[in-house]
Design a protein. Structure first.
Length: 144
């Protein structure tokens, strides 16, 4: 008889504990295998993929002048700002989503600036349409 048969005569739950050990062993090996071979999730999260893409553009950023680097970093920050929306746009190429989020941020800024310009124009028009007092009436009102 083997080891397990000898163990059964000493403890009634021994076969159960051996099977639990076996199952635990198998599960741990499957989990380790899946981690090594990327089983399970086949597409990384958008935030992780975004940061990997940003790293890939590091050479481009390094080649820019210092003020331009700040602008480029701001562009990448816009992509990070809309990461939640980007993660919902399931695209195989992360750069497409990055372009869309940057384009969206620029469009939003253009709309805000357009609104401000329109408001300034309306205020200027209102000021130009106010009745102006001519110099003669101002001088007459100043005399006693």
């Amino acid at each position: 008889m083997g080891y397990a048969a000898n163990l059964n005569q000493y403890h009634p739950l021994a076969p159960l504990s051996l099977s639990l050990l076996s199952v635990t062993y198998i599960i741990s090996h499957i989990t380790a295998f899946s981690r090594r071979h990327n089983l399970g999730r086949t597409i990384p999260s958008y935030r992780l993929a975004l940061e990997e893409e940003v790293k890939a553009w590091k050479g481009f950023e390094d080649a820019l002048r210092t003020p331009d680097r700040e602008v480029f970093e701001n562009l990448l920050d816009q992509c990070r700002l809309y990461a939640s929306a980007g993660s919902m746009a399931v695209r195989p190429k992360i750069i497409e989503t990055m372009f869309m989020t940057a384009l969206f941020a620029h469009h939003k800024m253009l709309k805000e600036l357009s609104s401000i310009i329109q408001q300034i124009r309306e205020e200027k028009t209102a000021l130009n349409n106010e009745p102006k007092e001519d110099e003669n009436s101002m001088n007459a009102s100043l005399q006693p």
